[in-house]
Design a protein around this ligand. Structure first.
Ligand SMILES: Nc1nc2c(c(=O)[nH]1)N[C@H]1C(S)=C(S)[C@@H](COP(=O)(O)OP(=O)(O)OC[C@H]3O[C@@H](n4cnc5c(N)ncnc54)[C@H](O)[C@@H]3O)O[C@H]1N2
Ligand code: MOO
Length: 430
């Protein structure tokens, strides 16, 4: 049994977890299913884009040399010798003062080197022949989208590990990826423990509370990009919990439990880890909230014992579980993005341990400004909805004042940070 708990630094705890980073696994999905996934190989351009010189406008393709004498006093007429829409190729040859009617996206006919926008032309017919005239000259290259002007063949366009956003989907489609290799999502199991727990649609009863952690954690798992599997809530019964954990471990890559990690009579997590022969990596971290966060490993699987207190559970997930999920996606920056911000409110609580204050960070006059998002206790649920960041307040101080420069960790920024964040636990004053 775990008796004495010695807190370790947050940085040390993160490192112990990261040593269990996954072997990346790859699967192939259809392009329609690729959004929100992480690309498992570099995408190189195997063709130029555009693949041929093309017209960016509806108008007439001409040889610029034929337009040189045109002016408002001296319109020059061109014989219209053909028409070409997007998707077709003009096969003919064009001669002196001849033009081809061309649509946006159509390839520039051989011999032509400029496109005149339709609005700048006048058309007429003579002897059943169509003509168009212009009142000014055009340089060679006017209104031509050149082959390769967007992307040149051979360029690396997207690197392995990149999050697939709608723009990446467009590139994948452009380069022929009907099927896309992506990193497999780890399956993260969730078990809530506590005899006090009701499910969200249950009516409240004396002494009971609704289980918010399981659903919050499920949402965090999805935000991190993984798949969840919910095994339900279990009352504080050691044998039931051991069975539930064993069963869940057969079906998941990572298992999260919430609650039962402290020192209460019914806090069974330490006993569960012992019973299933899991190796505890740490069971106390010098942080608030989430000091009780416990992580264990068995046969390469990680078990996250997150706190029952909602804010502590939330913070434990973001600091320790999220980066493990992100490394499974080949992400070299799996940790929350670190930024500097101005603290926009006094924070007068003494800080024995490094504090991760749920906060709202936004730009004001080009400066990132962070303000605590509500009630600051590890039991708080109300401060989470508005939180898009954590303000990091290193331990060993009696409080912090409005206007100070602080480190913030951004929760919703897809572009993470590398480890180390830098020593975020170091006092701001020294
Ligand atoms: N004597 C000590 N008591 C406590 C210590 C300590 O060091 N010595 N640590 C405190 C700290 S810090 C925290 S954080 C909590 C952690 O407790 P547990 O993680 O063991 O969680 P529980 O005791 O099961 O529950 C704590 C709290 O959270 C509520 N809860 C539990 N599950 C859920 C859920 N799924 N959804 C919403 N809320 C939940 C539960 O009812 C309790 O109120 O321990 C301190 N105690
Ligand atoms: O684990 Mo607790 O969150 O330090 O309050």
């Amino acid at each position: 049994m775990l008796e004495k708990r010695k807190p370790i630094a947050v940085g040390e705890a993160v490192q112990r977890v990261m040593e269990f980073a996954f072997q990346e696994k790859i699967e192939v999905v259809s392009l329609q299913q690729a959004h929100g996934r992480f690309l498992a190989e570099d995408v190189a351009a195997d063709q130029d884009v555009p693949a041929f010189d093309r017209s960016p406008y509806d108008g007439y393709a001409i040889r610029s040399v034929d337009s040189q004498e045109a002016s408002s006093d001296n319109p020059v007429a061109f014989k219209v010798v053909g028409e070409i829409g997007a998707g077709y190729v003009f096969e003919g040859e064009i001669g002196d003062r001849e033009a081809v009617r061309i649509m946006t996206g159509a390839p520039i006919p051989n011999g032509c080197d400029a496109v005149v926008m339709l609005e700048l032309t006048h058309t007429f017919e003579e002897d059943n022949q169509r003509y168009m005239s212009i009142k000014r000259s055009f340089e060679a290259g006017t209104n031509i989208s050149y082959k390769g002007e967007d992307v040149q063949k051979g360029a690396i366009l997207i690197e392995k590990g990149q999050y697939i956003n709608p723009g990446v989907v467009a590139l994948l489609a452009t380069f022929g990826y009907g099927q896309v290799p992506v990193f497999r999502k780890p399956i993260v199991g969730v078990i809530a423990t506590g005899s006090e727990l009701l499910e969200p649609s249950d009516s409240l009863q004396p002494g009971k509370i609704r289980n918010s952690n399981a659903y919050m954690t499920i949402a965090q798992i999805e935000r991190a990009g993984a798949t969840f599997k919910y095994f339900g809530k279990f009352s504080d019964d050691l044998n039931l919990c051991i069975q539930a954990v064993e069963k869940a471990l057969q079906e998941v890559d990572i298992l999260i439990t919430t609650g039962g990690v402290s020192v209460g009579d019914y806090d069974y997590l330490p006993a569960i880890y012992e019973a299933i022969d899991a190796q505890v990596l740490f069971n106390k971290v010098a942080m608030r909230p989430g000091s009780v966060t416990t992580v264990a490993a068995r046969d390469g699987q990680l078990l996250f014992g997150l706190s029952g207190n909602p804010s502590a559970c939330y913070v434990g997930f973001e600091l320790f579980t999220r980066p493990i999920i992100r490394t499974a996606f080949g992400n070299k920056q799996p940790h929350l993005r670190r930024e500097q911000a101005v603290l926009n409110a006094d924070f007068k609580k003494p800080n024995p341990f490094t504090r991760f204050v749920r906060a709202n960070a936004s730009y004001e006059n080009g400066q990132l400004v962070a303000v605590p998002s509500g009630f600051d206790k590890s039991s708080a649920v109300s401060s989470l909805a508005e939180a898009n960041s954590f303000i990091v307040l290193p331990g060993g101080s009696r409080g912090y004042e409005k206007g100070m420069q602080v480190v913030v960790l951004l929760l919703e920024d897809l572009q993470g940070s590398e480890w180390p964040w830098g020593n975020i636990e170091k006092s701001y004053k020294s």
